[in-house]
Design a protein around this ligand. Structure first.
Ligand SMILES: [Zn+2]
Length: 319
């Protein structure tokens, strides 16, 4: 399958000015309004090559935006991977040793295994524990419509609807390879009130991904009362005032690769709707992978087809 090549339109910002921060942890800053209110956490660079989130945080810092109530923590997560970013090989800097966003199980974080990403996750864990609301900013391999990944809890989907952009909300349980930060602790607990969203803002290096990341971040902050619409508006991009009719896709399963040899039968990019139940989508070693129902939607087919990882998620439109 020919790989699409995307031009790197975005310039990775210099985040050195944010290294010192004010929390004692590199690249983590907490802005305290001095007034009571929720603690919001916005994170970028969970994957080191997903630079739109770093651009969004850089814009927020440069604008001097501060919370009017509660606290706002801004964190650059996998800085080590980000610093290895190379425009000629932009995909390579996703992580150093392993995927930072598959480590968020207490047993993994408390365990004895070591990696660059585990070390960073352990340092950042208290901030994730302390936050009432999380927005984790990502981007995707293929250029498709932005996706808000709302997890499986109703309160997260409801927050995605209150934020109001992007158009598509994905309700999904994550990956067999390990829990994401957005599913960690109270964020994945039906009995908690902690609420997390993960935005996939567009293709990793397209200019529009930085606009979507910024607008979603601003709308998240406004929705939760951290900043006023007036404070946020000067930073807003093309979607800042948008009110699309949102649609929700419920993910029913993740296709986890079980062999050393997985391939898709077509050049899927994501959001294809396959009309007929039983349509062949790939082969995992000798096993055929077929759609389990009519009008099956393919979510974020991966180009990294590695055993134990997710090849694609399958879902259907529910609204
Ligand atoms: Zn990502």
């Amino acid at each position: 399958m020919p790989e699409p090549s995307y031009e790197v339109e975005l310039t990775p910002p210099d985040i050195e000015p944010y290294r010192a921060g004010n929390t004692g942890i590199d690249y983590v800053t907490t802005l305290d309004s001095g007034s009571p209110g929720p603690h919001l956490l916005v994170t970028a660079l969970t994957h080191g090559n997903e630079i739109c989130g770093a651009i969004a945080l850089d814009r927020l810092f440069r604008a001097g935006l501060r919370p009017r109530q509660g606290q706002l923590t801004l964190a650059f997560n996998n800085v080590a991977a980000y610093h290895s970013f190379d425009r000629r090989m932009p995909i390579a800097s996703r992580f150093v040793d392993e995927d930072f966003n598959r480590l968020w199980a207490p047993a993994t974080l408390d365990g004895s295994r070591q990696s660059a990403e585990l070390a960073r996750a352990r340092i950042l864990r208290p901030f994730v524990d302390a936050a009432d609301f999380l927005l984790d900013i990502h981007s995707m391999q293929y250029a498709t419509a932005p996706l808000m990944l709302a997890g499986t809890l109703d309160r997260s989907a409801e927050l995605a609807r209150r934020v109001g952009i992007p158009e598509l909300i994905i309700c999904d349980a994550g990956h067999a390879a390990g829990p994401r930060m957005r599913d960690y602790g109270g964020f994945g607990d039906p009995a908690s009130r902690k609420t997390a969203l993960l935005i996939e803002a567009g293709q990793h290096w397209e200019r529009r991904a930085a606009e979507v990341a910024t607008d979603v971040m601003l709308r998240f902050l406004v929705t939760l009362g951290a900043v006023s619409l007036e404070d946020a508006r000067p930073l807003g991009g093309p979607d800042f005032a948008a009110h699309p009719r949102q649609r929700t896709i419920e993910v029913t399963e993740a296709v986890t690769i079980s062999s050393a040899n997985f391939e898709f039968v077509a050049d899927f990019r994501g959001l294809e709707v396959l009309a007929k139940k039983g349509t062949l989508i790939g082969r995992d070693g000798g096993r055929e992978v077929r759609t389990p129902y009519d009008d099956c939607v393919l979510i974020m087919p991966s180009r990294r087809l590695v055993k134990g990882q997710t090849a694609v998620r399958l879902g259907r439109y529910v609204t």
